[in-house]
Design a protein around this ligand. Structure first.
Ligand code: GLN
Length: 542
């Protein structure tokens, strides 16, 4: 481990959903902008090994890293905001910690000792933090502790970070606490008491915060900052407003920089405050805030009512729109509604410039997605299918173009006469649900002359996966005979990775999830080109 690596721990108080993940990602961006190397770890205090087995209704999107870890969606913010490489080491849960310790206990590694939360669980938590520091040459390891201080589940994590500060000293550790300063609507007054209580609770656990990040409706007044400083034992300058943002989350780093959050952190560690350089981010923001065009994209899915279920998809579409200087309007279409009212299809997509069908599991809403895809195909509306979106496009094409009536995926109809989407043999025998899908980055070879090859501008790409089912290869010939092109293939086991219809202005689907690799300063080529085509379609159709 680099003996100069510094550790920043971020805890949360008062309530959940205060935007800790985005705040730590924003600080990461600023520290990188000052020329430092960072990595961020998310520690989630739940007992699941990873969120892979949780419903999107419970948890939001499952974010997948290059090495195939199924992680919390905060990892997505870390990757989009910073340039660090994230792997399964960056995503830790109580489930993983206990699993490791219990396996060790069964092996007899503890040599007859009683295995306890302190020191065995806390040691394992600490070793996960130190392990990231040891794996890369880093200036900062930042750690977000999920949950809220005071929860039973998070106590071992808080204890572990207390011990780390004890071991390394204050000049290598900084504690940030994110709290809420609510405004009472009747009195219109900002209240500091919840913050005071939360800090008190944290102090009882042995953590003295150095910086308070106060989520609030408006900037905190100087008076309020001094009150919080006095009661919570921090300097006034270290009380920072994290104001609810009306525009885009990508503006948050600037809000923090204006309050010198980055300088305060660097000064705490007695590190040089090198000039902040964020030219690429500044340019992205300029385009984002000054769009010249307007694009309307329909996202047809089953988790449409939840903000976070398609988080990376929405962000990737935004990056693509910004790269095209377009203001993005997303129209969320519930595929079940469409299924129940197929006659509404024409009206629903009347003013839409492009249709995207994202990933998903289970058969609910499938026929609605197929209807949307059929509409896009027949009316030459740009269509982008992702994972389940590809599988639905394959089913639609099989039924309506290849004449394979009743074609389906085996996931939805095990007895279908035409299983155009099915499991590979080695997946048929897998019984466990957790971590058993095709996960993480796989090579995709792009065929000469294909549209995907032109869009990517390379012969091959690595893209991330999270699915069980695949295109059934014995149907390739009949699909090709009917005009479908398999532009991207995973060469080692000959798996279909992308499909496209050359006759259509833009009809592309991928088995992988390109959204996980899109960043504001590096929009994904497929999303960028999908928006370009959608703008073109919009111009023609208006
Ligand atoms: N349910 C499909 C499969 O497992 C698609 C998964 C996805 O869209 N992520 O293959």
């Amino acid at each position: 481990m680099n003996i100069n690596t510094k550790f920043i721990f971020v805890t949360g108080g008062v309530c959940s959903s205060l935007g800790k993940g985005i705040s730590i990602a924003s600080l990461g961006l600023l520290l990188e902008g000052h020329g430092y190397k960072v990595s961020i770890i998310k520690m989630d205090p739940y007992l699941n090994i990873d969120p892979g087995t949780m419903s999107p209704f419970q948890h939001g999107e499952v974010y997948v890293t290059e090495d195939g870890a199924e992680t919390d969606l905060d990892l997505g913010y870390y990757e989009r905001f910073t340039s660090a490489e994230y792997t399964r080491k960056n995503s830790v849960t109580t489930g993983q910690i206990y699993y490791t310790v219990i396996q060790r206990e069964r092996r007899g590694d503890y040599l007859g000792r009683t295995v306890q939360v302190i020191p065995h669980i806390t040691d394992e938590i600490k070793s996960r933090v130190y392990n990231v520091a040891a794996s890369y040459d880093l200036d900062f390891v930042m750690v977000e502790i999920g949950g809220t201080v005071g929860d039973i589940e998070s106590i071992p994590f808080i204890e572990a970070i207390r011990q780390i500060r004890q071991e390394l000293g204050s000049n290598r550790v900084l504690n940030v606490h994110v709290t809420l300063v609510p405004t009472l609507s009747v009195a219109g007054e900002q209240k500091t008491k919840p913050t005071q209580h939360s800090v008190k609770e944290l102090m009882e656990l042995g953590i003295i915060p150095d910086i308070l990040l106060c989520r609030s409706g408006q900037l905190l007044t100087a008076e309020l900052k001094s009150k919080i400083a006095l009661f919570c034992n921090v300097s006034e300058r270290n009380v920072i407003s994290a104001v609810d943002i009306k525009g885009f989350i990508y503006e948050i780093p600037y809000m923090f920089h204006d309050q010198k959050y980055d300088d305060i952190v660097l000064e705490h560690f007695k590190m040089d405050v090198k000039p902040l350089k964020m030219r690429a981010w500044d340019n992205f923001m300029k385009s984002l805030l000054n769009p010249m065009k307007h694009v309307r994209i329909a996202v047809v899915g089953k988790y449409i009512s939840l903000q976070d279920s398609y988080r990376s998809i929405y962000e990737a579409i935004l990056h693509g729109a910004t790269a095209n200087n377009a203001r993005l309007e997303i129209v969320r279409v519930d595929s079940e509604d469409l299924e129940n009212k197929p006659e509404s299809t024409g009206d629903l997509f009347n003013d839409i410039d492009g249709i995207l069908v994202p990933g998903g599991f289970g058969d609910r809403g499938i026929e609605g997605k197929i209807l949307a895809i059929s509409h896009a195909r027949k009316n030459t509306i740009p269509f982008f299918g992702i994972c389940l979106g590809l599988e639905c496009a394959v089913i639609e094409f099989a039924r309506n173009v290849c004449g394979l009536a009743g074609a389906n995926s085996k996931e939805f109809d095990a007895g279908t006469a035409y299983p155009v989407i099915s499991l590979l043999e080695d997946q048929e025998i897998v019984l466990e649900k957790g971590g058993t899908m095709r996960l993480g980055a796989y090579l995709c070879q792009l065929a000469q002359g294909s549209r995907v090859r032109a869009i990517y501008g390379t012969e091959s790409v690595m893209e991330r996966h999270r699915h069980r089912y695949e295109f059934t290869n014995r149907y390739r010939e009949v699909f090709e005979a009917n005009g479908m092109v398999f532009g991207g293939v995973h060469p080692a086991i000959d798996l279909v990775e992308t499909i496209e219809l050359p006759e259509h202005p833009w009809f592309i689907a991928s088995q992988f999830h390109p959204e996980f690799k899109s960043k504001p300063i590096k929009p994904h080529p497929l999303f960028r080109d999908f928006i370009r085509a959608s703008l073109e379609y919009g111009m023609k159709s208006s």
